[in-house]
Design a protein around this ligand. Structure first.
Ligand code: SF4
Length: 483
């Protein structure tokens, strides 16, 4: 979006108005693929029946089904993989603006895309022509040798894995409002989780330069952003490829010092990478949200072993105790997969008991999706879809009770609230978030009383009192603005 905007394209969120349509896709599980394909087909209709002239498909679906998309959906004019972002202007038929000073498009200057398109990369390994500024971890190199990133059995996928990383000079448009922004600090993943094809789609783990992340955060705050969420497939590995020890903690420490940055958080910690230094850093800075999202995936040691993640409920409970002791009041989010091949009733019971014992603030449960190219695809003892769904429902019911009781304890507390705007459900209410709610994913705080204020400003912070609690959501009354 930033590159298109920078080149003079006028962006619209209304497909019926657009001359060029870009569909950014996801393909890590079946439902995401289906949603992506449905959207492409819906947009294709704007081309055949409406005013659109070009249809471009970008993102992870392209990494997996490059040829098939173009073969099966002839309305698609161009495809752009996750490592080919700088091809967007050519695909859209828009002239690249003359670069002022050093060009932001310094990445992948060699025409690796041409190799991908011509299929010449097939025998050269998964990574070739890697830009000099990109480094990998020894663990990633080893996993590559073990075949972790191979996609030979994915018909239509290019063999060359993406190596792209944006930097602070890459043009960017915020789609998350003026106050809140995500910063991707690393890309790719070297972990061997057997259910997951994300490494095959995104490539080996690589970190953005430390100074680049800090510069981008400073620029965003100067533009009025007050909440920054750091993301990556695994943020807790940040900096390992750059030779940094405790890279994420060091980065958080530097970012927390940026004046006027009110909330800073990171998503997706790998459980055994939550170091004492990381927890100390979260505890030390008032503007680092007391919030940790650590996907655990399961609690049964047998299932975790087959998932190639390791650990157990006992180990996780110790980690959770350590986290809560180091950062009192921290909100914990996790997610689990139910129905992994071979998950027995005993494994499931173990998981259920673990959830009751751990009492997470926020929890997501995903149904196992059997993905071609993942290690688990070849495993036997698959669990039926019906059993998987009933297990998911059961866990969500358990969590509902835990959440309901925990949310009651919030009533009467005074909190700092970021007002987001009128509620989608009714104009009589506004919606907001506390530091314990990450954007878009956790429950909501509804504001039904503005106190002495006539109106609220979206993107502004307020002191508020929690007056009611529901299963997952809270209701608040504004006490005063917080400047
Ligand atoms: S750590 Fe996350 S992204 Fe990486 S392989 Fe495991 S599940 Fe996939």
């Amino acid at each position: 979006m930033g590159m298109l905007d920078h080149a003079g394209a006028r962006l619209t969120a209304k497909p019926e108005e657009a001359e060029i349509l870009v569909v950014n896709t996801c393909s890590f599980i079946d439902t995401a693929k289906q949603e992506s394909v449905d959207t492409i087909l819906e947009m294709a209709r704007h081309k055949t029946e409406g005013r659109a002239r070009k249809l471009i498909v970008a993102g992870c679906l392209v990494e997996r089904y490059r040829d098939e998309i173009q073969r099966n959906i002839p309305e698609v004019d161009a495809v752009i993989g996750t490592g080919e972002l700088d091809s967007i202007l050519a695909a859209a038929g828009i002239q690249q603006p003359a670069p002022a000073a050093p060009s932001p498009f310094t990445i992948l200057k060699h025409d690796a895309h041409a190799d991908v398109r011509a299929g010449r990369e097939a025998e050269a390994g998964t990574h070739r022509n890697v830009p000099a500024e990109i480094s990998f971890r020894a663990e990633g190199d080893l996993r590559e040798q073990q075949g972790r990133f191979r996609r030979d059995d994915w018909q239509g996928a290019a063999h060359l894995l993406p190596t792209y990383l944006y930097d602070e000079s890459t043009p960017r448009l915020l789609s998350t409002g003026k106050t809140s922004a995500y910063i991707k600090i690393a890309e790719g993943c070297d972990h061997p989780c057997s259910f997951c094809v994300i490494p095959n789609l995104r490539g080996k783990f690589r970190s953005r330069r430390f100074e680049s992340v800090v510069a981008e955060a400073q620029q965003l705050v100067a533009r009025g952003v007050r909440e920054i969420t750091l993301i990556g497939q695994d943020t807790t590995c940040y900096g390992e490829d750059l030779g940094l020890k405790d890279g994420l903690a060091t980065l958080l420490d530097a970012l927390a010092r940026i004046e006027n940055l009110r909330w800073l958080r990171f998503l997706y910690a790998y459980p055994n990478r939550i170091t004492g230094r990381l927890l100390e850093t979260i505890a030390k800075h008032d503007n680092i949200c007391k919030y940790l999202d650590v996907p655990l995936q399961h609690a049964s040691p047998d299932v975790l072993k087959r998932m190639k993640r390791g650990a157990s409920a006992e180990i996780f409970l110790k980690t959770i105790d350590k986290v809560r002791a180091a950062v009192p009041g921290i909100a914990l989010r996790t997610s689990f997969i139910v129905g992994f091949p071979g998950e027995s009733p005993r494994d499931f019971e173990l998981l259920e008991n673990f959830i009751k014992a751990a009492k997470f603030d926020w929890l997501g449960v995903f149904n196992y999706s059997d993905e071609e190219g993942s290690g688990a695809f070849g495993l036997d003892a698959k669990v039926s879809k019906r059993t998987i769904e009933s297990r998911r429902r059961k866990l969500m019911k358990v969590q509902q009770g835990i959440s309901k009781r925990a949310k009651q304890a919030w009533v009467g507390r005074e909190v700092l609230l970021l007002a987001e705007g009128p509620s989608e459900e009714t104009e009589l209410l506004w919606e907001g978030r506390t530091q314990f709610h990450a954007p878009e994913i956790d429950g909501k705080v509804y504001i039904n009383d503005f106190g002495r204020l006539e109106k609220l400003q979206p993107g502004h912070f307020y002191r508020a009192e929690i007056t009611e609690a529901h299963d997952y959501d809270l209701v608040a009354r504004v006490v005063s603005p917080s400047l």
